[in-house]
Design a protein around this ligand. Sequence first.
Ligand SMILES: CC(C)(COP(=O)([O-])OP(=O)([O-])OC[C@H]1O[C@@H](n2cnc3c(N)ncnc32)[C@H](O)[C@@H]1OP(=O)([O-])[O-])[C@@H](O)C(=O)NCCC(=O)NCCSC(=O)C[C@@](C)(O)CC(=O)[O-]
Ligand SMILES: NC(=O)C1=CN([C@@H]2O[C@H](COP(=O)(O)OP(=O)(O)OC[C@H]3O[C@@H](n4cnc5c(N)ncnc54)[C@H](OP(=O)(O)O)[C@@H]3O)[C@@H](O)[C@H]2O)C=CC1
Length: 429
Amino acid sequence: MRSSRIPGFYKRTVEERRELLQEALELSEDDLSVLTSQEALPIDTADKMIENVIGTFPLPLGLGLNFLINGKDYIIPMVVEEPSIVASASHIAKIVRDAGGFKTEASDRVMIGQIQVVGCPDFDAAKNVLLEAKNELMEAANAAYPSIVARGGGARDLDVRILNDSPDSSYGTMLVLHLYIDTCDAMGANIINTMVESLAPTVEELTAGKVYLRILSNLADRCIAKATCVIPPKLLATGEYSGEEVRDGVVHAFEFADSDPYRAVTHNKGIMNGIDPVVIATGNDWRAVEAGAHAYASRFGSYRSMTKWSVDQEGNLVGELELPMSIGTVGGAIRVHPISQLAHKMLNIESASELAQIIVAVGLAQNLGALKALVTDGIQKGHMALHSRSVAIAAGATGEMIDIIAEQLVKLKEIRVGKAKELVEQYSK
Ligand SMILES: CC(C)(COP(=O)([O-])OP(=O)([O-])OC[C@H]1O[C@@H](n2cnc3c(N)ncnc32)[C@H](O)[C@@H]1OP(=O)([O-])[O-])[C@@H](O)C(=O)NCCC(=O)NCCSC(=O)C[C@@](C)(O)CC(=O)[O-]
Ligand SMILES: NC(=O)C1=CN([C@@H]2O[C@H](COP(=O)(O)OP(=O)(O)OC[C@H]3O[C@@H](n4cnc5c(N)ncnc54)[C@H](OP(=O)(O)O)[C@@H]3O)[C@@H](O)[C@H]2O)C=CC1
């Protein structure tokens, strides 16, 4: 593909943007037809995806531009309702691109299935017997889903923990078996759940206990993706603010989020601003990714920043983001939703691991976008200027009136629906 750097893309019309995209990615008319179709998600397909369907709910699909990750250019599909997110991701990707781009890596794609066992006559003996039967249990799990083994995945390890065994625990003692499964390019819920359900009768027999839950864990801490960026301060200078001021402000903002859960939640929401839109555009389960990400942010005992920002010996700003990334490039809705299929084609990715790495790079960019605004002009200037168009629409503006009213709101520094209504009335007279 050609470069993901398409200057002034946002100043073009929607039709022109589609042409530029088609050119950059060498897409066919057929590929793009899903964007122009009246029914991007056909109602018959929607009716097979969930229950009690009465329609579909369209959301804007935008493009995160300028992303250079491990030396490869990516145009990133982002589905989201909130203004300024796509602009901000592209803005930071442009800066990081000039600094050499994002570097990313990923662990093996090992997911976790849990089996809960209660009522064992002797929990320690039950734990030992399961650990002794580890190989047989893993073989049985693989036999329950041979196709994932044929693809190079399958059970990799097994572990057992005993919970609530202290005498002062108010909950019943239970044993939890963890089965670690390489799900290849699938998020893997169905593979994992099939495997752990298949083991339940044997686990009951071996432990003399009763199995209740058999389900994957969304804390996928063996399926990790990590992104880093190193930015010389001169690339961060903006308006009256020097690059060093911005850099130091970002580090202070990180330290605030890492020390205070009230701030960490907002800081991390800003990271998910980048992550969720890519997860959604690629047809993945965003609840699974959200739940895993927030749990991982609490892994040191308190809820903390998902990112880390520091200064290296050369004075560069260094950003890092590491998260569990239980996504796939196959399965679930991925090959069902026509726009998700287009999103995968646009990304031109080889594997779920590559997609996971793109997603964390966007999360890192998004965090810096918000922090850069927060430590300089404040969030209102950039965010509210773009939000002004939604405010104008909410006040009843249509067609060309939308941009005119939005501009007036920004000029008046009164970006609110009441003011917009007044302006719409004046305009319509
Ligand atoms: C909005 C910007 C980027 C403007 O920032 P700017 O400095 O005015 O941008 P610029 O005009 O210098 O343009 C730089 C590049 O940004 C992109 N860009 C610039 N404008 C557009 C646009 N209209 N549409 C699409 N792309 C745009 C574009 O790539 C452009 O390059 P070019 O293509 O021109 O060579 C900046 O003010 C910003 O990043 N603000 C932060 C926005 C943000 O974080 N929004 C999230 C919502 S707030 C929230 O939910 C989270 C939060 C904040 O609470 C999290 C937290 O507290 O940590
Ligand atoms: N707690 C949670 O997060 C839960 C989530 N879910 C849902 O589960 C869905 C995801 O489940 P998932 O199991 O991923 O989806 P699917 O079962 O739909 O798809 C996975 C299947 O795709 C096939 N496949 C084709 N190519 C590959 C490849 N390269 N790598 C791996 N598998 C491949 C495999 O089947 P084969 O080998 O037979 O061809 C594999 O079993 C999501 O919709 C999610 O919302 C469901 C329950 C709980």
